[in-house]
Design a binder for this molecule. Structure first.
Ligand code: SAM
Length: 307
């Protein structure tokens, strides 16, 4: 397994999805604040005021998915994986999806890649977080998986693959339709003709009525406070995760994570415009409420510039 550092400057911010994390629910003590300040304006900086100083005060800013990476699996990754695997298996059976070569985009700590190793195909994991990739590297030690640090909006693979996957809201971290369109085109270019793209996402209008709140999560020695803002129109969310250690040996850190919840019609239009035929768009979990969708799309032509 090779870990390749990509030198691009990465400033992207992302947000984990609380709605699908049973583990988080198990560990949190919810103290909803009535969504004070929810809405687009507050999505810009939910960390403000969280330290009692009216600003970020003594909190040290950390890049998204840096400090949080250490608790990501326990906080949410483990809880979501079974749903991700079920959706993938169902689509694989229904649409005869190839496992010969797969690029998992936003591979995080490599849980899904680890599952994919059973098919003995060529595997590539892409993520922009160094910390998440380090954990993936550890998890996949000894497996024949190529890992690379890259922004999915600029995705370039050395060889075309049969299948591209992006699980657990990875595409919600794209904050504009321009970025979504750009990314779909990069995916199309990365795929062999007839190749398949599978991803899940939170659609616009999800979690109707939710406005946010504050949750306290304790995992091992790490205590964290999650200040969640949800746009009342369901256009997205922003979460400031403030992390402490029990022994207070390190300064409190704050990571701000943001998601855009994409309009379903826009996703379908952009997929078609990027050279995909939509095969399926269904609730990501059986009997799901439509707040989380699983999409399967097939590349129809020779979209995108040659590699
Ligand atoms: C919620 S995690 C999902 C991780 C993994 N797919 C899973 O199912 O556990 C989202 C991942 O997307 C990555 N990510 C967010 N924006 C990205 C971008 N523009 N390019 C590459 N990776 C990105 C984050 O670093 C993070 O590891």
């Amino acid at each position: 397994m090779k870990y390749k550092e990509n030198a691009r400057t990465l400033t992207y911010r992302s947000v984990p999805n609380l709605a699908q994390s049973q583990t988080v629910e198990k560990h949190v003590e919810s103290t909803a604040d009535g969504g004070a300040g929810a809405g687009n304006k507050c999505l810009s900086d939910p960390a403000r005021g969280s330290d009692g100083t009216g600003g970020t005060g003594r909190l040290q800013r950390a890049p998204t998915y840096s400090a949080f990476a250490t608790i990501y699996d326990k906080a949410m990754g483990e809880a979501v994986l079974p749903s991700v695997l079920d959706a993938f298996s169902e689509s694989r059976n229904r649409f005869a999806i190839s496992t010969d070569s797969i690029a998992d985009i936003g591979c995080g700590t490599g849980r899904f890649l680890k599952y994919l190793t059973r098919f003995n195909g060529k595997l590539t994991g892409i993520d922009m977080s160094r910390a998440m990739l380090k954990l993936a590297e550890r998890r996949l030690a000894g497996a024949d998986v190529r890992l690379a640090r890259m922004d999915m909006r600029e995705l370039v693979l050395p060889q075309r693959v049969e299948t591209v996957t992006a699980t657990f809201d990875t595409l919600n971290y794209l904050l504009s339709s321009t970025d979504l369109s750009k990314t779909f085109r990069r995916f199309a270019t990365a795929l062999a003709p007839g190749g398949t793209l599978l991803f899940d996402f939170i659609p616009r209008g999800a979690n109707k009525g939710a406005t946010g709140g504050t949750q306290h999560v304790e995992l091992g020695p790490v205590r964290s406070e999650w200040r969640i803002r949800i746009d009342p129109e369901g256009r997205g969310s922003a979460v400031a995760i403030i992390m402490h250690r029990d022994d207070d040996k390190v300064l409190p850190l704050v990571e701000v994570h943001r998601q855009r919840w994409h309009d379903v019609g826009e996703v379908k239009r952009l997929l078609t415009a990027s050279g995909f035929e939509l095969l399926d768009c269904r609730p990501a979990e059986p009997g799901g409420d439509g707040n989380w969708l699983h999409v399967v799309a097939r590349k129809t032509g020779q979209t995108g510039a040659p590699l």
